[in-house]
Each structure stands twice: as C-alpha cells, then as structure tokens.
Design a protein around this ligand. Structure first.
Ligand code: GLN
Length: 336
C-alpha cells in the first residue's frame, strides 16, 4: 500500500514537469513579434509632451532565460522612457534596504483597483499609499531610499540599482525629465497629500523629483527583459552573475507586480495572460515567470488604462504559444 502511494506521488511529479526547448521559446517570441507587429489601436501617452512625439510604430520584444540566453526581436535596443516600470526597480531597492515587513508597514502591498495616479486611492486606503507600484507608493518609496536627506546619494542608489538589475547602465533622457517635471501637477498633489498623512519620509520636493527622474530613465526592452529575468532567477542577474538582491525578496516583488502591475486592469491581465507583469506609459511591459524567464516588450500606443496595446498582446502571445502560466502548476525545464 505504502509503495503504491509513493508511486502515485512520483507519477504526479513527472506529469507536472513541462519540458521546453530553447528553439521552441525562440520561435514563440519570433512568432509573437510577427503576429503583433502590425496590430493597430491605442494612442501614445500625451499628458507628458515628450511621449506624445515618440514614433508609434516602434516595437520590440525580448526574453531572457535563467542561464542568460536572450531572444530579441524588433526594436529592443531603442531607449524609451521606463516610466512606471521604474517602480519595480526602486521597490526592490527599498525591499533590500528595509526588508519586506517594513515596506508593508510604511507603504503597503494592496491593489488599489484604480488608475496609477489616483488621489482617491490614497483617501480610500485611509492615509496609506497602498503599494510601491502606484504613483503614491512609488513617491513614498523614493522618500525611503537611503541615504536619507541626501538627494545625490539617493539618486546614486536608485540608478546603480537600475544598472545591477539590468546588467548595463541606464541614463535619464533629459528632455523627458524636463517634460515630466514641467507637467507633473497631479503627482505634486499626491506628494503633499502623503506628507499630510505622514507618509513621506524625507524632503517632499526631493522625493517627488527622484520619482520624476527615475520615470525619465531611458531603457531598452533588452535591459528590462534582463531585469525581469533577475527577478525570475531569485535575485541573481543571469547575464552578469551578480547577486543583486536576496532570494526571499523575489516572491515579494512578484506578488506586488501580480496584484497591481496593470492598475485597474490587473485582474483581467493576469487572468488572460498568466504572467505577473508591470507596465509603464512609455510603452514598456516587464513580465516575470518565476523560476523560468523574464520578458519585456515595448510599443508606445496605450490602452485607456495606460498599458501598451502591442506589448500586452506580444507577451500574451508568447505565453499562450508556450502553454505557460504562473498558476498552471507546472515545473518547467528548459533544454537546449
Ligand atoms: N511618470 C508617470 C507618472 O507619474 C508614470 C506613469 C506610468 O507609467 N503609469 O504619471
């Protein structure tokens, strides 16, 4: 009897292993690129003037495996505004600096179900910024970055963390930074409202400026794919081999991404795509399939919630072609 029980368990494990070859993955990315390339719909963000003028035809998709193999198709070397995807990177920095429990206490980990720049969400959450992945929580996160009170030191910590996660340097697009700084009135209101609730832990204009600056960083789809793969790989950058954060942080950041990465559309996204992902109004999407790969796609035109139409379609196409999903219960093994 006992043996039969063991045998059964063993069988189940074998059945749940999914073996995929690298060439199948490459083909899935290539086909997703071809399928979505001419997809129309959406509109560039225009509340930040710089973004309105980016070529809407740009489109790239990049997937990085845990062994560092990368598959790139399209405009994967084009530097676009990282925008809200930057929230993931700086959330990782404060998770490193403060630990998961303290981030939960000082910011929170709740989905807002509301747009990324919602002031209403702050009021509804009873003075809490909800999560580091919406504007409010991201501004609070910038206020938490150490060293406290030192604008330059904080910026260095933020941008060095970008480099570590992406495996290469990223720089602010000056024109974008200027454009955002001149028009970020809503974010100024958020920052001061949070100050009123005691949720900005450093100088207010400095914290807002750091947030604006990190949103203005130019990043490539390839870099974002590597950043996603670093998360999927438990904190070790698969391209540089550097341990960027401790393995226990990976499920925390992936939880935050899964719960709020597409704002009010997050449930629909996860339900239809099967992969936790984070979007930005620059047109980027970063997706993490834990233990398997990181993926990034980029195309400027956005849906009404501010998520890239073509990038969403491309990531979904890769997932469905490979038959993968974060809740599928498969153990995925990738072979040559
Ligand atoms: N910088 C943008 C803002 O704060 C980022 C928003 C986004 O990408 N969703 O409004």
């Amino acid at each position: 009897m006992q043996n039969r029980g063991l045998w059964k368990t063993h069988t189940i494990l074998i059945n749940m292993e999914k073996v995929i070859t690298k060439s199948q993955i490459k083909a899935a990315v290539e086909e997703a690129y071809a399928e979505c390339r001419n997809l129309k719909g959406g509109k560039n963000a225009d509340y930040i003037p710089y973004l309105a003028n980016i070529d809407p035809e740009l489109f790239g998709i990049s997937l990085t495996l845990r062994d560092g193999t990368t598959f790139d198709f399209g405009d994967t070397e084009y530097k676009f505004g990282v925008e809200s995807v930057s929230k993931v990177l700086t959330a990782l920095l404060i998770l490193k600096q403060y630990g998961a429990a303290e981030v939960l206490r000082q910011i929170g980990a709740d989905a807002t179900g509301l747009p990324f720049n919602s002031i209403f969400a702050i009021l509804l959450e009873n003075d809490h910024p909800s999560t580091p992945l919406v504007n409010a929580g991201a501004i609070t996160a910038c206020s938490m970055v150490r060293p406290q009170g030192d604008s330059w030191g904080k910026w260095e910590a933020i941008i060095n963390n970008f480099t570590d996660l992406c495996g290469s340097e990223a720089q602010v697009i000056d024109e974008l930074y200027k454009s955002e700084s001149e028009t970020n009135f809503n974010n100024r209101s958020i920052a001061w409202l949070l100050k009123n609730y005691g949720r900005i832990y450093d100088d207010v204009p400095m914290s807002l400026d750091l947030y604006t600056r990190q949103c203005s960083v130019g990043i490539t789809a390839r870099q974002l794919g590597i950043c996603a793969a670093t998360i999927a790989n438990g904190g070790v950058n698969p391209v540089t081999g550097k341990e960027v954060f401790a393995p226990e942080i990976a499920p925390k950041i992936t939880t935050l991404i899964a719960t709020v990465g597409f704002y009010q559309n997050t449930g629909d996204w996860l339900y239809t795509s099967g992969i936790p992902a984070k979007s930005g109004v620059g047109g980027g999407v970063l997706g993490v399939l834990p233990g398997v790969f990181g993926i990034a796609a980029f195309a400027p035109p956005l849906d009404p919630a501010g998520n890239s139409v073509r990038a969403q379609a491309a990531v979904k196409a890769v997932m469905s072609r490979l038959g993968l999903g974060v809740f599928n219960g498969d153990t995925v093994r990738i072979t040559d």
